[in-house]
Design a protein around this ligand. Sequence first.
Ligand SMILES: *Cc1c(COP(=O)(O)O)cnc(C)c1O
Length: 373
Amino acid sequence: MKDNRIYVTKPKLPPLEEFIPSLEKIWENRILTNGGPFHQQFEEELAAHLGVPYVSLFSNGTLALMTALQALRVTGEVITTPYTFVATSNALLWNGLKPVFADVDPQTLNLSPKAIEAAITPETTAILPVHCYGQPCDVEAIQKIADDYNLNVIYDAAHAFGVNTPKGSVLNYGDLSILSLHATKVFNTFEGGAIVCKDIKTKTRIDRLKNFGFVDETTVVTHGINGKMNEFSAALGLLQLKYIDSMIEARQTVDALYREKLAGIPGISCITGDGEGRHNYSYFPILVGPEYGIDRDALYELLSENGIHARRYFHPLVSSFPMYRNLPSAREDNLQVALKAASEVLCLPIYPDLETTTISTITDIIARGSTAA
Ligand SMILES: *Cc1c(COP(=O)(O)O)cnc(C)c1O
């Protein structure tokens, strides 16, 4: 049955015929995983493409996050954002760590450095910020806090593939950065993830941790997990690298068209700025403010009735889920900016081949909604 609904994202794949030779090679080699030739080559080419020293590939972003916390031997309390996908703080619980939620900045919706500093206790050992929607965090201010209090910084950069500040890849900030290469992300290997690190010693530790702790055929030195990326995903990733720049360009065109058509609708604002550096146009979040005719949920329904499936990323806040809501830092008065954003945000469909006519349909519905009250 054909599904005519428009979803928030629709992965674009490279031409199938270009993938066939890689598949033939895998069938011929019969090396399917365990750090095979595609895995090796993809790690190298991905690091070069991103402009980072080292990449360790993973089978998904969540395992990469969990392993990054192990790699740095993080203990005690970790300051993080409630305005994210639930995997961010779930990775803390899987490591027996205590999440401490801090509020976000109203402009970027990323962790506020001031709120981070206020949340530090003697138990704090690390900060886990998210570059939400691919917008860089205030990386300089966060590094200063980390230096002042001797904390590790692990960036959940699941949204930040290919994002640069004027000083280069945003993935080079902090101790480690984590990418997700899941089907819904800007760059995908169906399922996949990666840790970006700065020195070979750390990469070696990460690579052991993702392979059960093995250092050779018979020696296991640590309690590793199985986080390895398989050869199929690595081969697909290598091929996708050829197309990613043009796909980001196509997203930029969609982004620009949305901005043009939404400008002037009272109560609607775009949050991802056109700041310095290089953006990846991974999401198109709008805020539905009080001056708009109807509230965010009513607009979500209105779009849905017209076959447009926008997403309320990130609502509800992670801190409101049962495993977090009793934490002192989950109190509503501690997270007011995040709460407001969670009630106003709507992510509109954005992907490389989203048609101009569909964009117009979406923005026309939004324009009509402003007078629907
Ligand atoms: C997608 C996502 C993850 C999890 O990545 P997976 O590859 O799906 O495991 C983690 N954090 C954020 C912010 C994400 O958006």
